[in-house]
Design a protein around this ligand. Structure first.
Ligand code: CA
Length: 487
């Protein structure tokens, strides 16, 4: 009896607690599915973002990008799998490597019938929009609203196509970075706010030729920006043998009108002086274009604050790939060397990401789509090769997270040969094909990133590294097999 009564009492208390718990749960505010604001620039490399440090950090004007890094996470090892605009964008949308989605070079196009993350988000109940640079040629698919430029478009008075690629609308008097942001915020104003949104805002900046807005012309007028330590030589027998695009090509291009606020003025024929002058104009114009991006990111963040959207919106800012700013005397991208391979990325989501997070995990552009779907509560399709890094951002990296990545660049030429390779946290092995017409000139390059972060020394013939190089060759083959690539 005693026992029974105690049992009954315990039961009553238990039910009471359960009811109280239920009441508490129903009182607690349910966490809504987050909005996704995916802002991407073109070629805006990490050396030009203050939060990544480096030689230019004291000069760059990126307070709003740095604010995102402070309030959220900064990724230090985010890489593209093929460092060129069109393929990287296709990999981001499909979650697939170039050899699977078929978009391998600049001439590739995205088939509107193909699956992509925007379509998946739409199915999951998201409102989707795309504004700005698209570059995948055929009409965008998966977006409730789109308003884009064709190809590279132009910085001033951009021509935009709103939901119809046959109807150009000139944005008279507008500067592309400002115009795209205005269109994106306009869509946010009139969207169906009962549903979460995914908005992709893709700038044309900082793609060449660097035509900045006149309001930034005063920046860097009377300063000499610091040069990279490799401006005068890291290629050749000791470093990479790849010719790449040297700054002398830019000297030629910038000697004609159409770059920045005027052509390059030279007061010396000395090759070193010419290279230095080219570097100064190039990087100053580049940073001026970046300043407009930062201001517009500030506009977007202010909008989110004003409309009380900041807490429930994931804000990402990244670039489709990196870019050489004079390192190795290169400009442009394409290579697996660090400046080109690295995608700078900051992301803020106050509900899950702690302020000032620095994430060193190896994250790839193919991971973006599954990550967006993860936040949206949707399962990524099996055909997506990337993996969600939502847990990594929350400080809970899965124990089996990758510690090596696979890279492949396709459009080969003598100066910028096709290549593929593997990068781990502290080493990189690259195989170049087509440096010359001779088969014996195909070659490997190995960089000991732990001791040579600027990749000034190709150590492929060092006996000290022979074992690790052999291991990397095996791992590279294994990665290719796993990913279904067979170069
Ligand atoms: Ca690009």
């Amino acid at each position: 009896m005693q026992i029974r009564s105690t049992g009954r009492l315990a039961g009553v208390i238990g039910i009471g607690l359960l009811l109280l718990g239920t009441a508490r749960a129903s009182l607690a505010e349910p966490v809504p599915r987050p909005n996704i604001l995916f802002i991407m620039a073109d070629d805006h490399t990490s050396q030009a973002w203050g939060c990544y440090g480096g030689r230019l950090a004291p000069w760059v004007k990126t307070p709003n990008i740095d604010r995102l890094a402070r309030q959220g996470a900064r990724l230090t090892n985010c890489f593209c799998t093929n460092s060129i605009c069109v393929p990287s964008r296709a990999s981001i949308l499909t979650g697939q490597y170039s050899h699977i989605n078929g978009v391998k070079t600049l001439s590739g196009a995205m088939d509107p019938r193909a699956d992509n993350v925007a379509k998946r988000l739409q199915k999951a109940g998201y409102r989707t929009a795309l504004v700005g640079k698209w570059h995948l040629k055929k009409p965008p698919a998966g977006f409730d609203y789109w308003n884009i430029i064709k190809g590279q478009g132009r910085y001033h008075n951009p021509v935009m196509y709103e939901m119809d690629q046959t109807k150009p609308v000139v944005q008279e008097g507008g500067y592309s970075t400002d115009v795209f942001t205005g269109k994106a915020l306009g869509w946010l104003d009139r969207r169906d706010s009962d549903k979460p949104f995914c908005l992709m805002l893709h700038f044309k900046a900082t793609h060449e030729p660097w035509q900045f807005h006149p309001r930034h012309g005063h920046l860097y007028r009377d300063v000499d920006l610091p040069e990279p330590e490799t401006l005068f030589g890291s290629t050749g027998p000791k470093g990479t043998l790849v010719p790449g695009w040297p700054l002398e090509i830019l000297t030629e291009r910038m000697s004609k009108p159409g770059h920045g606020d005027g052509k390059l003025e030279l007061d010396s024929d000395d090759p070193k002086a010419v290279r230095r002058a080219t570097y100064q104009k190039f990087v100053k114009d580049f940073l001026r274009c970046g300043a407009a991006i930062d201001e517009n990111i500030g506009r977007v963040l202010d909008y989110l604050d004003k409309h009380e959207l900041a807490r429930d919106t994931i804000v990402i800012y990244t670039s489709d790939q990196g870019y050489f700013l004079g390192e190795h005397n290169y400009f442009d991208k394409r290579f697996m060397l660090e400046e080109s391979l690295r995608m700078p990325l900051v992301v803020r989501y106050p509900r899950e990401i702690k302020p000032r997070t620095v994430l060193d995990d190896i994250i790839l552009n193919v991971d973006f789509a599954p990550t967006f779907l993860d936040y949206a509560g949707a399962k990524p399709p099996a055909a997506m090769q990337g993996r969600s890094f939502r847990a990594n951002l929350a400080g809970k990296t899965p124990p089996d997270w990758r510690d090596a990545m696979y890279y492949r660049y396709y459009a080969g030429s003598r100066q910028r040969p096709a290549h593929f390779g593997i990068r781990t946290h502290d080493a990189k092995l690259i195989y170049y094909d087509g440096l010359t017409d001779r088969a014996e000139d195909r070659r490997w390059e190995f960089y000991d990133l732990a001791h040579d972060p600027h990749e000034t020394r190709n150590a492929v013939d060092d006996a000290a590294h022979a074992e690790i190089i052999e291991q990397l060759k095996k791992r590279l083959g294994k990665l290719q097999a796993e990913l279904g690539d067979a170069p």
